[in-house]
Design a protein around this ligand. Sequence first.
Ligand code: BGC
Length: 439
Amino acid sequence: MIYLTEYVAVLRLALRFARTLMFGALILLFCPATAFCGSAQADTTLQVLHWWTSASERKAATLLAARLADEGVAWRDVGIPGGAGIGAGKVLKSRVLANDAPEVTQIIGVSIREWADLGFLLELDKVASANKWNASFFPTIQTLIQHRKHVVAAPLGIHRINTLFYNRKLLATLRLNPPETWEELVAVAAKLKAAGIIPLAQSSEPWQVATLFENLILAESGPDYHRELFVKQNAQAVFDKRFTQALERMRQMKGWMSNPVDERPWTDVVRQIAKREAAMVVMGDWAKGELNEWGFATDDEFSCTPMPGTGKYHLYSVDTLSMFTNDYSRVLAQEKLARLIATPAVQTDYNAVKGSVSVRRDADPTRMDSCARASWNAFAQGAALQAPSLVHRMATDESSRDAIIAVIHRYFIDDTVSAAETQKRLAAMFRTFNNNSRK
Ligand code: BGC
């Protein structure tokens, strides 16, 4: 699918390329003899565009900004509200079109490749080799940050999307154990409901609905099938009965949520667990960062467990920062930031605030809380047990992702839409995607 913005971006790329060549030639000619390079290097402010606007997200960004300031570089914050980056992606596109790209941007997963393909991203190979990123990061992370054998992103942390948060005290009052299987989850939900407690907090925001759905797919069938659907977009796989079952289960879960299911930001949904207004929520583990920041320590008021049926698996989203080359005047500062965020110290401190876990193989799990330790250990088992999150752009490009989410969302909000119709619609969409990619 080619959108106008992408088309215009390609045109701009040609212009940018020509400009870059001229700029590079100028530097080579005059750099040693003039003050020009000096002034370029001295400009040490970086605009950083991201979607970390909740309390814990802001705290994590502030931590990075403070460490960067220690290195003499100022972080000019551009936080765009909207969970899962709904707003930030649009702002980034329009700023690039206006020739006003920020020097640093939170770009994650497949989107990294999309921007790198257009030639906008700074190659960080020097930083990567000097700091032995190859030997330090999990293999999945190394693959994720590279495009055509060049490193084009710096990794911050790994979020686990298959996480069920629950209010320990509510479950304990009814003597309920956190559920590990679908059957246990059904039983727990029934008991909570009978006691007048809302079993599951949920928003009808499309990305939050699709998060629940991709968890159900993983629970039902594991990472291979999840990839078959969301990475390979195999139309035949959509007609599998495991897909029907996941859809039916999602509708069954609607009966455990408040009615109607309002469209609310993720922070509001998580707050319900803290306030004992609902017992459980399926959410990426940034929810843990947020709960901690509100004063709720892990394993006190709340705790977490993998989404029932996904205990061995890790449905992941990796936060990364990419650097826009622009006129190459901030390269030194950009490289400093890239180097800094992957250091063991920043990895430990940042991830403890953010709720995610270190991308480094040499991290120390004994220093993590129970949720983080389980996540890091699950991820460390390797690619066979990892599933790239659809919602968080790890599985497919932005436009396919949006289209898939819309189909799932429609099924969720409108009870008259059948599972069979949804499957037909999605399979047709997958065929179109595959035809387009073959062209
Ligand atoms: C990002 C997280 C962020 C979450 C909620 C995810 O896509 O990876 O860093 O906290 O969205 O906005």
